[in-house]
Design a protein around this ligand. Structure first.
Ligand SMILES: Nc1nc2c(ncn2[C@@H]2O[C@H](COP(=O)(O)O[C@H]3[C@@H](O)[C@H](n4cnc5c(=O)[nH]c(N)nc54)O[C@@H]3COP(=O)(O)O)[C@@H](O)[C@H]2O)c(=O)[nH]1
Length: 493
């Protein structure tokens, strides 16, 4: 389609510019011929010579002779009554011709306007349709002359000509507008045309329908592509993967309390997610990270982030614990050992406790060696969500952990003496047998805290003490708590 359109535009513009060149050539040759004659005057012999030239010309309608005061005689009118002055020319062309556009050529029987081209003592007047009849009249067009330093507007719409585009250029402007420009080689005239797809559609109905179909097909494809992208970007998998790359995960800290002395001994770090589409719950992103094979990277990120943030707090209690949830399969695979490479983990100020949920079965054969390496590196282990999963006494013993964390489902309804809560003393006995400290999680009120204290449970956490908080809030809470716990101690610098 573009070839057909291009060819057709090229043909008509070439025809038009060839005519312009022919007029320019005839004008130039005539002026050269007259200017080279001597003597220059309005003598009968000179007027006769001017008329002979005029008769053989194809485009020139009159020839005028000048001296410094103005036009003195012309081939059509003979001697003029007075020297007729010209105003400023419209532009200067090649060989320093002065050109006046749209001049009234008043000495013809009918009043007509035309173009006057003057060089030295002579001018030629041309009446042609090149400035009023472009090759196509259903397009916007402009003719300019580029012989001077700037393009001189000759006819048509102003502002269509694009400098530097050169000749014979077909381009799509903003769809559905097209642009075509061609310049003549001799007279330096350029013809610029601008037209819309609708003009094409009228002229080339078949080709245009192909273009239109192609545009529709491309738009539909682009729409589907965009929709697919939007769906993908909204999918949880994309968000979680992207979140790890872009840092949409953050950490919050929930205090862990020594129930017997009501003192802060550490905290648990919990992950949070927020991206421009909103928040995701850990229950959504924790299993997904595992399915995406990103659990190891994620655990390292959370550990690094939590330790970096906590290291900014200067008055953490001695032997402060940071409990970090880890994926049991990362222990079995050994990926968890990557934690030991982190400089933040290697520092000894904060004790790292790895919480391994009991809800997922741990492959003991491969895990034992890795757990031993973690413990040898100074990390502690805690069995999380105890009472909800797979542990038996043998597996508990072989894990060689330090803490046993009673699941919150045992704590809830403790005050109402629920069946589950009656098992707490039994869990406590098992923990003592194995030399584990007990942490009770999900303590929501004072009566649960008192009951657990009376049962000899050492450690606890839950909303009764504080919810999980971002660092700044945790710091405020910590200052307040330290004031309570150590009222006589001055703040550390
Ligand atoms: N492997 C990783 N797992 C993580 C990480 N961050 C969180 N998680 C696990 O996601 C589960 C849901 O966590 P979350 O929504 O943060 O809920 C925790 C507490 O906010 C909530 N909690 C704490 N106190 C109370 C309470 O008094 N009542 C109550 N109803 N809920 C409370 O319990 C969740 C902590 O659970 P646990 O880890 O078992 O101590 C959860 O399984 C997280 O483990 C991560 O970084 N890595």
């Amino acid at each position: 389609v573009s070839k057909t359109v291009h060819f057709s535009l090229q043909q008509s513009a070439t025809q038009y510019l060839l005519q312009v060149d022919a007029i320019a050539r005839e004008s130039q040759q005539t002026l050269d011929q007259l200017n080279s004659r001597a003597p220059h005057s309005c003598s009968a012999a000179n007027l006769a010579a001017m008329r002979r030239v005029l008769i053989s010309a194809r485009y020139i309608r009159d020839i005028t002779y000048y001296d410094d005061s103005g036009a003195l005689c012309s081939a059509s009118s003979g001697k003029l009554d007075f020297a007729y002055p010209h105003g400023e020319p419209s532009f200067y062309s090649l060989q320093n011709s002065s050109i006046w556009l749209d001049q009234p050529l008043g000495d013809f029987s009918q009043r007509v306007n035309g173009t006057v081209v003057r060089q030295r003592d002579y001018s030629v007047s041309i009446v042609s349709d090149i400035d009023s009849a472009p090759p196509r009249n259903d397009v916007r067009w402009q003719t300019v002359n580029t012989a001077g330093t700037t393009a001189a507007h000759i006819a048509g719409y102003t502002g269509l000509y694009i400098a530097g585009t050169g000749g014979d250029t077909l381009a799509t402007l903003a769809w559905p507008h097209y642009f075509y420009q061609q310049c003549s080689s001799y007279s330096r005239f350029c013809l610029s045309q601008q037209f819309s797809f609708y003009t094409l559609a009228q002229r080339y109905p078949f080709q245009s329908s192909i273009v239109l179909l192609a545009v529709i097909a491309l738009s539909v494809l682009a729409w589907f592509g965009w929709r697919q992208l939007a769906v993908r970007r909204h999918s949880l998998r994309y968000r979680v993967r992207n979140g790890l790359r872009k840092g949409y995960f953050s950490v919050v800290f929930q205090p862990i309390i020594d129930l017997q002395h009501n003192r802060l001994i550490g905290c648990e770090v919990l992950a949070r997610y927020r991206d421009p589409l909103g928040s995701l719950s850990p229950l959504q992103f924790i299993p997904l990270l595992s399915q995406l094979g990103l659990s190891g990277r994620f655990t390292c990120f959370i550990a690094k982030q939590a330790l970096t943030e906590l290291s900014k707090l200067h008055n953490l209690p001695e032997q402060f614990h940071l409990s970090l949830n880890v994926y049991p399969h990362d222990i079995a695979s050994g990926q968890i050992l990557e934690l030991l490479q982190l400089p933040e983990v290697q520092q000894r100020r904060i004790k790292l406790v790895l919480e391994i949920t009991e809800q997922q079965e741990l492959s003991f054969s491969s895990a034992t060696q890795h757990l031993a390496e973690l413990k040898a590196a100074g990390l502690q282990l805690s069995i999380d969500d105890f009472g909800t999963g797979y542990s038996n006494l043998t597996s508990l013993r072989s894990l060689n952990a330090d803490y046993l964390k009673i699941d919150k489902s045992f704590i809830q309804d403790m005050e109402a003496d629920s069946i589950k809560s009656t098992l707490i003393p039994k869990i406590r006995d098992i923990a003592r047998l194995l030399n584990y400290s007990i942490v009770a999680e999900g303590i929501e009120n004072i009566s649960q805290a008192s009951l657990l204290r009376s049962l000899g449970i050492e450690l606890g956490q839950g909303w009764h003490f504080a919810k999980a908080m971002p660092l700044a809030e945790f710091d405020n809470w910590l200052q307040h708590k330290l004031q309570q716990d150590y009222p006589n101690q001055r703040k550390k610098a």
